[in-house]
Design a protein around this ligand. Structure first.
Ligand SMILES: [Zn+2]
Length: 440
């Protein structure tokens, strides 16, 4: 692997606390950052990148997404939907059941390409394909594109007990494979869809496997009020208590959404040190409500930011997270603190839990997950106002380079080692087939 030398750039080492260094050189050797400072000459055998008029930051982290959703783009033959359940039935459950193994692979390739272009270097994905499964295909795409990803398969009883059992096996095989062949970049959790499509029996089986693999679950929790109504109607419990009763809440559990959680549930989540993920664009698109990020922040919950596949651009999601809190509370002073903290402090904390590495910061001896933005500020830039520049300026700038684990994946806006045009061409053929099957 050749070394990378980024010369004379503005380095944002960390955003919590804010730390910037101007006119700085960064040397990357193999998978690590080995020097941050002023080097007189670039070391031999290194690829030199001119860092002037650029901002170097830690690679962005997406705490919840779905590669499998790629082929929904532009699909419009959806009957009128009036609630969240309609959206699932009319689009997502129609799409996921027609996915083939090849479509799982191409969906993931497309997602990885979009992530590299957006400077997102680490992703926590939640996969569904109840007739193909295909977690191996998703992991193949992730490994070929060299991103960091944590994968799982969403177990659900909605397609019957046999498919639920196959979903359980898919996670079990995948986690066993990772134990036998550990990877620096690829990790796994145990995937579950949501309380309202899972029986107690399935939860019990999953609980014993979570213990066996010493892992955590990745589940949608209280995304819509229907998750709570279902748990209360059928089990006389809130959805979070159901998961606790099944022994599924632990410090590795990742709970996506949490829009409809009461205070007792949030206390339970805090007690078990679970991680909550806010997905504002998806919540707005499905009209399920707006999580109260200020309560999460005040109560000391561990939480981060995901996109639920609405975008791979984390700074776009960050902006929406801020605007949504302002709108929710009718107060323009809201949003900025908990949303920026979710992305720049919460997501690195989650990544550290999963990868055991100090991701989400730029430090000597740390992992070289680094992005460069083309960004020449025309107003003063300092540690005091860096977050303002990120939200209002950098978010509108182009990513120049993306580096993961010391490997340069995009340089000067061009992907390296991936034939984007061929991948998109073949993906289009698969999408045409998939749409036809969705119509029949
Ligand atoms: Zn989701």
């Amino acid at each position: 692997m050749s070394n990378l030398f980024i010369q004379n750039t503005t380095v944002v080492s960390s955003l919590f606390p804010h730390k910037i260094r101007f006119h700085t050189d960064v040397l990357i050797e193999d998978s690590k950052i080995t020097s941050i400072g002023k080097l007189k000459t670039p070391p031999e055998n290194s690829l030199c990148i001119d860092g002037s008029n650029k901002l170097l930051m830690p690679g962005l982290i997406n705490a919840h997404t779905h590669f499998y959703s790629a082929f929904a783009r532009g699909y419009s033959n959806i009957p009128a939907v009036h609630c969240f359940h309609d959206v699932l039935k009319s689009l997502w459950w129609k799409l996921d059941r027609e996915l083939t193994e090849e479509a799982c692979y191409y969906s993931a390739l497309i997602g990885c390409i979009e992530a590299i272009k957006a400077g997102t270097t680490t992703l926590v994905d939640h996969h569904a394909a109840p007739h193909a499964f295909g977690l191996n295909q998703v992991s193949k795409a992730v490994q070929e594109t060299h991103l960091r990803a944590c994968l799982c398969y969403e177990v659900s009883d909605r397609d019957g007990p046999e498919i639920a059992q196959r979903g359980i096996q898919e996670n079990d095989f995948f986690l066993s494979r990772l134990q036998d062949n550990p990877s620096d970049t690829l990790k796994g959790l145990f995937g579950l869809h949501a309380s309202f499509t899972l029986t107690d029996e399935t939860l019990k089986t999953v609980s014993s496997l979570v213990d066996k693999h010493q892992t955590g679950i990745h589940i949608h929790l209280a995304e819509d009020q229907l998750d709570q109504d279902h748990a209360e109607r059928n089990y006389r419990l809130r959805a979070t208590h159901r998961l606790e009763n099944a022994g599924l809440l632990n410090s590795k559990a990742l709970l996506a959404h949490g829009v409809h959680l009461n205070q007792f549930e949030r206390q339970l989540i805090n007690k078990h040190a679970c991680f909550l993920v806010h997905n504002p664009q998806s919540n707005m698109n499905n009209a399920v409500g707006a999580a109260n990020l200020h309560a999460w922040h005040r109560e000391g919950l561990s939480f981060g930011l995901g996109t639920d596949a609405m975008t791979y651009n984390m700074l776009e999601e960050l902006r929406v997270a801020i605007w949504l809190q302002k709108l929710r509370g009718g107060d323009p002073s809201l949003g900025f603190v908990p949303a920026t903290q979710a992305l720049f402090q919460g997501n690195p904390k989650l990544a550290e839990r999963i990868w055991g590495l100090p991701l989400g910061r730029i430090a000597e001896k740390g992992p070289a997950d680094v992005i460069l933005y083309n960004y020449q500020p025309y107003t003063d830039l300092s540690e005091e106002n860096i977050l303002g520049h990120i939200v209002f300026g950098v978010s509108q700038a182009d990513v120049h380079s993306t580096i993961v684990n010391g490997k340069l994946l995009m340089h000067d806006g061009k992907l390296l080692g991936l034939d984007e045009s061929e991948i998109y061409k073949h993906a289009k053929l698969l999408a045409d087939e998939l749409w036809k099957k969705m119509e029949s």
